[in-house]
Design a protein around this ligand. Sequence first.
Ligand code: PMP
Length: 366
Amino acid sequence: GAPDHILAIAPYQPGKPIEELAREFKLDPANIIKLASNENPLGMPDSAKSAMMKAVTTLGRYPDPNGFELKAALAARYGVPAAWVTLGNGSNDLLELASLALLGPGLSAVYAQHAFAVYRLATQARGARHIVVPAREYGHDLNAMLAAIDQDTRLVFIANPNNPTGTFLPAADVVAFLQQVHERWGDKVTVLLDEAYNEYLDPELRFDSARWVEQFSNLIVSRTFSKAYGLAGLRVGFALAQPRLTDLLNRVRQPFNVNSPAQAAAIAALDDADFLQRSYALNRDGKQALCAAFQKLNLQFVPSYGNFVLVRVGDAAGVNLALLKRGIIVRPVGADGLPEWLRVSIGLPQENARFIEALTAIVGAA
Ligand code: PMP
């Protein structure tokens, strides 16, 4: 049989695919909207689509195992050496690689209550102990996290902004935390700063985390092409870290973990400033519309810095079912310890409007 720590894992619950809902409720897939997986409602940028199609012709061969061109583009963008970049099959892959490289039985990882679900999974899969620090106003309590690190801790996960709560830690707080962890524990404890939603931050809140990687030898910053860059299905993420940590990640990385069309699309998307700006603006405006509607409905919500909003509906299972029947897929977050809440991804204006109309009918009738 499998070891106990594997048997203890509750598998990740992804957003319901459109086709599955169509079959279950006998709905026309064309009428279903999915606001459940924090995807980019604009889809892929055209620039990435054509780069990807060109690369499809090379699929008879293995991809570049070292992602030379994509790493060079990322290095230029972030002002770090290419040798500090690790590519992942989505940024999930990088979380997994960090856990593979740094955790094991007898060791522990620290993360916050209501933090991204994969931190728990990656820790459990290694047979490591998890230290879950109670959330503060639905976000990370950095002082408590610092205090929770113990002799066995090798990895601290921080999501900024966090999913599913959408909370955000200002740069000054993150730097103070990094400083304290490094002063107290040196390179023994690695901090993985997961910035999957960074591109959705308002410009004045964005920070240059590549500089922190220069400053802190125990820091890994992860980013993704799945959200604002619109490439969720292609699975590309990357990490920035100094050579000691980059070397560790590469020891456990599968040699061909990012395929050629994905590498080509990511290079094109990275250059598509116009698409990124449109994604940001669409998200900012859609988030405003959703939050205004929640306010009007007297529903509590957590102010979000990502491309989704967490809203308290009370009977989340009931409201979710009523939404599904209307062809709207959102994300219940009971597994994240938030049984009364639903997480809604920001969609296109007409998708947001349809969701608001349905929600108003459902909770207004309650
Ligand atoms: N980190 C956070 C906080 C996320 O919300 C997600 C996606 N849900 C990821 C990482 C992983 O995304 P991907 O593997 O598509 O990069």
